[in-house]
Design a protein. Structure first.
Length: 219
């Protein structure tokens, strides 16, 4: 065997380590959730409806592949992505899957159908109208995700607190809600609830990561 062949075999064997760790849909979901910010095993268990034991097992696989890291916080073990480049990788994976598989396109369409009848707002329009002070931006993700990273100017109103806090929201300003991006329906539920209560509300389909990318490209 030539030296070049030996090096290439070793190289692709190392690449395959990450591929193997991503072969589980549950592990991909865990990475997507961690792209929103650090979370405890218990938080991930609740979000994925998996048992704590199953979540821990999947996280250990991701840990061995150096995709996540962890630290202790009191009685909890907190996990987070090893590197921000993983966020870019996940986004590329989503884009490729949408392009290659009709099934993904159909599922995406189902998410879009959930938003029929709702007003959507683009990042460009959001940027302009926030600068003019015309809208109130709500981050309806869990508070820990907001604290980890959020769109500047947004206020945290987690979905499970929205009903009791509606009365404190301004009635003379349009409200825009966002969550984790295209495949997240929390903001859709928020807009429907706000509209039902007589408030003018729109949905931002993009995520915090999309916002930062937009700002980087237009700065």
């Amino acid at each position: 065997m030539s030296k070049e062949r030996e090096l290439k075999d070793s190289l692709y064997q190392e690449f395959a380590r990450i591929g193997k760790s991503l072969s589980s849909p549950k592990r991909l979901e865990l990475l997507d959730l961690l792209s929103q910010g650090p979370k405890s095993v218990e938080e991930l268990s609740k979000a994925t409806t998996m048992s704590v034991a199953n979540v821990s097992q999947h996280l250990q696989t991701l840990f061995k592949s150096k995709l996540v890291t962890s630290h202790k916080k009191g009685n909890y073990v907190i996990y987070e992505l090893m590197d921000e480049v993983i966020v870019d990788f996940l986004k590329a994976l989503h884009t490729l899957s949408e392009k290659q598989y009709m099934e993904v396109q159909q599922i995406k369409q189902a998410f879009i159908n959930e938003n029929q009848g709702l007003n959507d707002i683009s990042l460009e329009e959001l940027n302009e109208r926030m600068e003019e002070g015309e809208i109130l931006l709500l981050d309806v993700r869990p508070k820990t995700e907001y604290e980890s990273n959020h769109i500047p100017g947004a206020i945290s109103v987690p979905m499970d607190e929205l009903t009791e806090r509606i009365s404190s929201l301004p009635k003379n300003k349009e409200i825009v809600a966002y969550c984790r991006g295209t495949y997240c329906l929390m903001s859709t539920e928020a807009v429907k609830l706000l509209n039902d209560r007589g408030l003018e509300a729109s949905r931002l389909q993009k995520s915090v990561q999309d916002w930062h990318q937009y700002q980087s490209e237009h700065s």
